[in-house]
Ligand binder design. Structure first.
Ligand code: ZN
Ligand code: ZN
Length: 247
C-alpha cells in the first residue's frame, strides 16, 4: 500500500508543478509572481519531480516552439513525425536536452521573460542528482514494496514527466473531441483529465494558451483553476488579467 500511495502522490504532485509552474507560468505567463516565490516553485518542482526534474526554463522554450510550430517538422513533438509514442518520447527528450545544453539554436523571440535559476537548474538536471533520486526510490521500494509487481511502478516514477508529456503530446493530438476550430490537430480528452489536472483539455488550451482555466464546457473541470484563484487571493501570484480570454 505505501508504494501505491507514493506513486499516486508523485503522479499528481509532479504533474501539478509541471502544469502550474512550467506550463502556465513559465511558458504562457498566465500569472506573475515575485522572484522569491519563483524560487520556491523551482524547489517545489525539484522535490516533486525528483529524478525526472524538467528545467522550467528549457520546458518553456520547447513548449513555446510547440505552440508556434504545431504539427509541422519544427514541432518538438508531433505525432505526425514519429512512428509511435515511444519514439516521440525519445526524440522529445533529445530536443529538450539539446535546448538545455545549448546545442540547438532558438530564435530570441521564444526566450523572453523566462524564469531562470542557472545554478539550481544545473544541479537538479544533473545525472548525479537523478541517480541519487533513483537510489532513494529504490530504498523506499526495498522497505515498503509488499508485492513484486509493484516494482513495475518504479520505471514509471523515474520517467514520469515524460509519461505525462506523452499522454498529452501524442494522444491529445490524435484522439478526442474539439470545442474550437484551430489550425492544428489538438483535441480534448475528457475522462482522461481525471489523471491530468486540466492538461487534457488540449484543444481548449491551443485556442487560449494563456488562459488560467483550461476547461471550457460545463462538464469540463480544470482542478488547477481554483488553486490559481486561491493563490491569487493569497497574493502568492498575480493573474495576468489583461491576457485572459473574454466571455
Ligand atoms: Zn499541443
Ligand atoms: Zn501550452
Amino acid at each position: 500500500m505505501p508504494v501505491i500511495i507514493f506513486f499516486i502522490a508523485v503522479w499528481y504532485l509532479s504533474l501539478f508543478s509541471q502544469t502550474f509552474f512550467n506550463h502556465r507560468y513559465a511558458s504562457h505567463a498566465a500569472f506573475r509572481m515575485s522572484k522569491g516565490w519563483e524560487r520556491f516553485f523551482f524547489i517545489f518542482g525539484y522535490i516533486t519531480q525528483g529524478a525526472h526534474y524538467m528545467s522550467p526554463h528549457t520546458y518553456a522554450i520547447m513548449h513555446r516552439l510547440h505552440h508556434a510550430h504545431t504539427d509541422t517538422e519544427d514541432d518538438p513533438h508531433s505525432p505526425g513525425f514519429s512512428r509511435n509514442f515511444i519514439m516521440m518520447m525519445w526524440s522529445t527528450q533529445k530536443v529538450f536536452t539539446d535546448i538545455r545544453v545549448g546545442n540547438r539554436v532558438v530564435d530570441e523571440k521564444y526566450m523572453k521573460n523566462l524564469p531562470e535559476w542557472k545554478g539550481f537548474d544545473k544541479w537538479a538536471s544533473s545525472n548525479l542528482s537523478r541517480l541519487l533520486w533513483v537510489g532513494a526510490y529504490i530504498t523506499f521500494f526495498v522497505f515498503f514494496a509488499t508485492s513484486p509487481w509493484q516494482w513495475l511502478l518504479l520505471p514509471v516514477i523515474i520517467t514520469m514527466g515524460m509519461v505525462h508529456g506523452t499522454i498529452i503530446n501524442w494522444f491529445a493530438h490524435k484522439v478526442g473531441y474539439a470545442n474550437f476550430v484551430v489550425k492544428n490537430t489538438s483535441k480534448n480528452l475528457w475522462l482522461i483529465d481525471i489523471l491530468m489536472l486540466g492538461e487534457a483539455y488540449h484543444n481548449n488550451h491551443h485556442k487560449h494558451p494563456s488562459s488560467i482555466n483550461f476547461a471550457y464546457k460545463r462538464r469540463e473541470i480544470d482542478p488547477v483553476y481554483p488553486v490559481i484563484l486561491l493563490l491569487d487571493k493569497l497574493k502568492v501570484i498575480t493573474i495576468n488579467r489583461q491576457i485572459q480570454p473574454q466571455g
